[in-house]
Design a protein around this ligand. Structure first.
Ligand code: ADP
Ligand code: MG
Length: 339
C-alpha cells in the first residue's frame, strides 16, 4: 500500500475555514468591525455596495499595521491578540482566532491600506483567492482600510445561495447595530450605495440607543445598575407597557461582546413576571461584565454563544436586578437623561 494522506495547500485550507467564518456579507462586516475596535479606533466607517455583495469596506483610525504585519495578517492562525493557550481564558479583545482575514482573502478580492501613526508612508496590499497580487508603498491616513469586493467570487454555489439585497442588508444592519450598541463611545458611519444610513457620534449609552431607535425610546428606558463580586449589570430595559409582539430589540452584551442566550433571556422575561401582556416580549439592552476567566468564548467560530462558569448564579442575579429596577420605576419614574 502506498501513502495517500497529504496536507492541504494553504489556499484550500483557508477556503474550508472560510466556510465556517463567512456565511454571508454580514459575517465579513462583523469581523472587520471587530478588528477596527481591537485596533483602538475612535471613528469607524462602513461602506457597502449592493448589500455587501459588490463591496464591503471598513475604514478605521486605529493603530494600523507595520509593513510586515500587513502581509502577515492574511496568514491563517496569524494573530497579534493571543500568544499562548492560557490567553484564551483571559481575552481582552474581540478577535483571537487569527482566521478572519485569511478566510475572507480566500473567497474575495481584498484591498488593504494601512499606516501606523509614526510611519511616513503606508502599505497597500491586494490579494485575491489567497494570492497576493500587489504590494505598494502608498500615501494614506493613519489607520486601516479593508475593502472586500465580490465576496464568494470563486465559490458560485455560495454566491448563488445569498439572499435578496433586502435580506442581506438586514443581516448587515443587525451586526452593525450590535457593534454600535456595544461601543457608544466610538463614532460610526454606515453608507449603502452612497446613501448615508447611520451617522452616530461618540456619546453615552442612553443617547446611542436613542440615536439608533428614535427619540421615542428615551421615555421607555428604565436604567439598570447593579455591581456584585462576580457580576456587574448595567444598561436599560424598556418599560413593560412598551413590550412588543415581535422580538428584536433584545440585546445582551458580555464584556462588550454581543451574545445570544435564551437562558439569560428567560431570566429577564421572568423578571417581568405578570407585567407583560400575553404574547409580547420586553425590549432590553443589558451589559454584563464578568471576570474574563469565568467565561469561554471559544465554543463557536462566530463567538455569539459563550459558556459561563456560574450560569445559575448569573441567572438569579440578572432576574433579581431587573425585577428590582422595574419595581423602583413603578414607584417613582426615573428621569435620568444623562446616563
Ligand atoms: P484576529 O482578529 O483573530 O487576530 P484577524 O484575521 O481578524 O484575526 O486579523 C489578524 C490580525 O491582523 C490581527 O490580530 C491584527 O493584528 C491585524 N489587524 C486586522 N485588522 C486590523 C485593523 N483594522 N487594524 C489593525 N490591525 C488589524
Ligand atoms: Mg479579527
Amino acid at each position: 500500500m502506498s501513502d495517500i494522506i497529504q496536507l492541504l495547500p494553504d489556499h484550500v485550507a483557508n477556503q474550508i475555514a472560510a466556510g465556517e467564518v463567512v456565511q454571508r456579507p454580514a459575517s465579513v462586516v462583523k469581523e472587520l468591525l471587530e478588528n477596527a475596535i481591537d485596533a483602538g479606533a475612535t471613528n469607524i466607517k462602513l461602506l457597502l455596495k449592493d448589500a455587501g455583495k459588490t463591496l464591503i469596506q471598513v475604514i478605521d483610525d486605529g493603530k494600523g499595521m507595520s509593513v510586515t504585519d500587513a502581509r502577515m495578517c492574511f496568514e491563517r492562525h496569524a494573530t497579534s491578540k493571543i500568544k499562548k493557550a492560557e490567553d484564551l481564558f483571559n481575552l481582552g479583545t474581540k478577535g483571537f482566532r487569527g482566521e478572519a482575514l485569511a478566510s475572507i482573502a480566500a473567497i474575495a478580492h481584498v484591498e488593504l491600506k494601512t499606516k501606523e501613526e509614526h510611519q511616513e508612508l503606508g502599505t497597500c496590499i491586494k490579494i485575491e483567492g489567497s494570492k497576493v497580487i500587489s504590494q505598494d508603498v502608498i500615501n494614506t491616513a493613519k489607520g486601516t482600510s479593508i475593502a472586500v469586493k465580490n465576496l464568494f467570487y470563486n465559490i458560485p454555489a455560495r454566491r448563488n445561495f445569498l439572499k435578496s439585497d433586502t435580506v442581506e442588508t438586514r443581516h448587515i444592519v443587525d451586526e452593525f447595530l450590535r457593534v454600535v450598541l456595544a461601543h457608544p463611545n466610538i463614532a460610526f458611519l454606515l453608507h449603502h450605495n452612497n446613501n448615508e444610513v447611520y451617522h452616530l457620534k461618540s456619546t453615552n449609552l442612553r443617547k446611542r440607543i436613542v440615536a439608533v431607535f428614535g427619540t421615542k425610546m428615551n421615555e421607555k428606558l428604565v436604567p439598570i445598575d447593579e455591581q456584585t463580586d462576580i457580576l456587574n449589570i448595567t444598561g436599560f430595559v424598556a418599560k413593560p407597557e412598551f413590550s412588543k409582539r415581535k422580538r428584536g430589540e433584545q440585546f445582551f452584551f458580555v464584556n462588550d461582546r454581543f451574545i445570544k442566550s435564551s437562558y439569560l433571556n428567560h431570566a429577564v422575561v421572568n423578571a417581568f413576571d405578570g407585567l407583560l401582556e400575553q404574547g409580547t416580549h420586553p425590549s432590553y439592552f443589558l451589559y454584563l461584565k464578568v471576570p474574563n476567566h469565568t467565561i469561554d468564548i471559544n465554543i463557536h467560530p462566530t463567538k455569539t454563544e459563550i459558556k459561563f462558569d456560574n450560569e445559575k448564579a448569573l441567572y438569579a442575579m440578572l432576574r433579581a436586578t431587573v425585577k428590582h429596577s422595574l419595581g423602583q420605576y413603578s414607584i417613582a419614574p426615573v428621569l435620568d437623561f444623562e446616563r
